[in-house]
Design a protein around this ligand. Structure first.
Ligand code: ADE
Length: 236
């Protein structure tokens, strides 16, 4: 069972998002348990202040270190990266992080506990990234107003890779970014009708010739990867 703890100032943001499809089924099957936590519950002042002005000046507010260190200590049992068990990952969502990949999601899916810290405002005190977290992760080269949508993306990408979460395991091994797909994108899919508004499904897919279909899919995947994601092909 993977335990996911999400540290956020907007716990209600997550109130329904995990109640659909594969994630809902994985929760019901006991493969994962997902718990949002209010960062403010780890403050000790009357007003539950979680942010403060940046040293050195500048716009916006910065999330204070104390409540975040206290939250991770209570959820992971340690307040320094080096004391956190190897089976646990403490992840800070931020645009300065390492870009999320299928391989990182697959590592997360093998852990026992995933603690996700949602950044906010102009940033998070850097001592969190320096001393506390095991991974600082970005979901892409754009700036969100907070880490919450990114945490949702990490949970979705991770949970579907837990063995048993998907109906058919083969869909994970052949999809985009999988090892079997050679790092290329997935091939194009078609269903009925064979002709729709003048657009025909490629004839080879209607023939039942498995060898030719497999060759067509490999070529079509490569062509689409070249067109949309040439960066994926340059790797090897
Ligand atoms: N917070 C703000 N922008 C983000 C991004 N691109 N990825 C992860 N967390 C973020």
């Amino acid at each position: 069972m993977l335990r996911v703890d999400i540290i956020t100032i907007f716990p209600d943001y997550f109130s329904e998002v995990f109640d659909y499809g594969i994630i809902r089924r994985a929760c019901a099957a006991g493969l994962v348990s997902i718990q949002p936590h209010d960062l403010r519950s780890w403050t000790s002042d009357k007003h539950h202040v979680v942010d403060d002005r940046p040293f050195g000046g500048g716009d916006g507010m910065v999330l204070k270190p104390e409540p975040i260190f206290a939250a991770v200590e209570s959820l992971a049992g340690a307040r320094r990266r080096e004391n956190i068990a190897a089976t646990k990952r403490v992840v800070l969502l931020s645009p300065q992080g390492k870009r999320l990949t299928q391989s990182i999601a697959s590592d997360f899916a093998k852990s026992e506990q995933l603690i996700l810290i949602c950044g906010r405002y102009e940033g998070v005190d850097e001592r969190v990234a320096d001393a506390l977290v095991t991974d600082e992760i970005s979901i892409g080269d754009y700036v969100l107003s907070g880490g919450e949508p990114a945490a949702l993306v990490v949970v979705d990408a991770t949970v579907r890779l837990i063995p048993g979460a998907l109906g058919s395991e083969t869909s994970v091994t052949t999809e985009s970014f999988s090892e079997a797909s050679n790092g290329s994108l997935d091939y194009p899919h078609y269903t009925r009708p064979p002709e729709f508004e003048g657009m025909r499904v490629p004839e080879v897919l209607l023939t039942g010739h498995h060898g030719e279909i497999a060759r067509w899919r490999r070529d079509a995947a490569e062509e689409k990867t070249k067109r949309n994601r040439p960066d994926l092909l340059k790797k090897e």
